[in-house]
Design a protein around this ligand. Structure first.
Ligand SMILES: Nc1ncnc2c1ncn2[C@@H]1O[C@H](COP(=O)(O)OP(=O)(O)O)[C@@H](O)[C@H]1O
Ligand SMILES: Nc1ccn([C@@H]2O[C@H](COP(=O)(O)O)[C@@H](O)[C@H]2O)c(=O)n1
Ligand SMILES: [Mg+2]
Length: 450
């Protein structure tokens, strides 16, 4: 077991270890962006613009060029016959291992490449981990293993005549080439490889930037997106007890449906239920469990675990009740208490009803409310639980979306409680509604809206 991800302690009633996971899947990883495009399309220029706009973030730029194989003496003699635009010209295994090391938050040594000598330079560059890693190069979207590491894939799409004229200019001035060689290389290798490998990789891009660095609007949008993503990462960094479930396209698709104002009540309930189930399952993964060995029907020993038994759910009426079925489906016979908080004015909250299990103080509590907005109701509900003797670190607050304001309000007051959510939204508006949000959850789920 990795000691960073799991802590173990002896339980009081027996000789087993109980193991508390801190949610290994949420280990904070850097945001990795791939930027591909034809030669001289403006990849490096676009990357530098993104980096300068992300001024208060730690960003590093890695060039695929650094991973060119050095030419042997034999290859150097026939350099005019060498295709630098073919995927085999790169040491992709080394690139993958360097990117994986950086993604895991460790420093790595990246080779330096000399375009004049077609060789790696003796001294390499030590690169420290960062919040954002940008990997730039003609073929960074070609290999699926490299693509799979990326959180965002960009393709810079610039007219080929513009690219050729820039390439002539750059290679003659900066790379010590003569114009005949540049044109010959372009016709023989650069253009055919662009058509065979680079251009087809465009279909993997999330964002295509026409006109490269001239496209300020696209670059602004990309920077905004990265900032939003980093905002979420940062909240998880500030509060280690905030866990956002691992996002997949399935989850994104469900969010798209439940957030869409046009979605019917039937579909809203269906997809909200699916998301709730995922959040509940994820939340249960944060409960302590006890190791247990059993004998299978084949007579073999299986080392497993036993679920935590002293558990209960508490739903915040009325929206939280939508999460009860998922909890019951996962935890047979679970006790579920209720809390009703009345909203007075903009931020006033008042407890008007609670019905909780008598022995709640000795239980782990899963607090259910699908939307964490300002955090006022949540703070009130958690205060009720604490007043009943529930241990703060035994509370897991489960919701579908959280506003940063609500996370700050809850985590500052209750730093030992855990929040498990499926997405962190951008902000609250002046009416304390989550933006982009999903509207009045209770009305949409129970069909009481207009
Ligand atoms: N929008 C632009 N307008 C004018 N020149 C540009 C523009 N974008 C890039 N360049 C120039 O074109 C050349 C190639 O750009 P670069 O960003 O290095 O491309 P790449 O990394 O895709 O090969 C550089 O000399 C750069 O200064
Ligand atoms: N020794 C080398 C290595 C590469 N090239 C060319 O560089 C191009 C990639 O760099 P960009 O900044 O233009 O993306 C690629 O098209 C290779 O042809 C080279 O000429 N010599
Ligand atoms: Mg470049």
């Amino acid at each position: 077991m990795d000691s960073d991800m799991v802590s173990a302690r002896r339980s009081s009633d027996d000789n087993h270890f109980s193991v508390q996971s801190n949610g290994g899947s949420e280990l904070k990883q850097p945001f990795l962006i791939g930027v591909a495009g034809g030669t001289a399309s403006g990849k490096t220029t676009v990357c530098n613009m993104i980096i300068s706009q992300l001024h208060d973030q730690r960003v590093i730029l890695v060039n695929q060029d650094s991973f060119y194989h050095s030419l042997t003496d034999k290859q150097l003699q026939k350099v005019h016959e060498y295709n630098f635009d073919h995927p085999d010209a790169f040491d992709t295994e080394l690139l993958l291992s360097c990117m994986e090391t950086l993604s895991n938050g460790r420093a790595v040594s990246i080779p330096n490449y000399d375009f004049k000598r077609h060789q790696k330079i003796d001294h390499s560059r030590m690169v420290n981990p960062a919040d954002v890693i940008i990997l730039e190069g003609i073929l960074v979207l070609h290999d699926s293993r490299v693509r799979d590491l990326m959180n965002m894939k960009i393709f810079v799409d610039t007219d080929s005549d513009v690219r050729l004229s820039r390439r002539i200019q750059r290679d003659t001035v900066e790379r010590g080439r003569n114009i005949e060689y540049v044109l010959d290389q372009y016709a023989k290798y650069v253009k055919p490889s662009f058509e065979e490998f680079v251009l087809p990789s465009m279909k993997h891009a999330d964002v295509i930037i026409p006109r490269g660095a001239d496209n300020d609007v696209a670059i602004d949008l990309i920077v905004q997106h990265i900032c939003t993503k980093l905002g979420q990462h940062n909240l998880c960094k500030i509060y280690p007890n905030v866990f956002v479930i691992y996002s997949t396209f399935q989850i994104k698709g469900m969010h798209t449906l439940v957030r869409d104002a046009k979605t019917t009540k039937h579909d809203f309930v269906f997809y909200a239920d699916r998301l709730i189930r995922l959040v509940v399952e994820h939340g249960l993964g944060h409960l302590p469990f006890t190791e247990k060995q059993i004998i299978t029907p084949t007579g073999s020993v299986y080392s497993g675990v036993v679920f935590c038994r002293r558990l209960c759910g508490v739903s915040v009426i009325r929206s939280g009740e939508s999460m009860e079925n998922a909890l019951r489906a996962c935890c047979k016979g679970i006790k579920i208490g209720k809390i009703l908080i009345h909203r007075e004015g903009k931020d006033g909250r008042q407890l008007i009803y609670e019905k909780l299990p008598a022995d709640i103080a000795s239980r782990h509590v899963l607090l259910l409310d699908p939307v964490l907005a300002s955090g006022h109701s949540a703070v009130e509900a958690i205060s009720v639980l604490l007043s009943k003797g529930v241990v703060e670190s035994n509370i897991i607050f489960l919701n579908l979306i959280s506003a940063p304001e609500g996370i700050h309000a809850v985590c500052k007051k209750f730093p030992r409680l855990k929040i498990v959510t499926s997405e962190i939204d951008v902000s609250l508006n002046k009416d304390l509604r989550v933006i982009p949000g999903m509207g009045e959850f209770g009305d949409r789920y129970f069909g009481t809206g207009v």
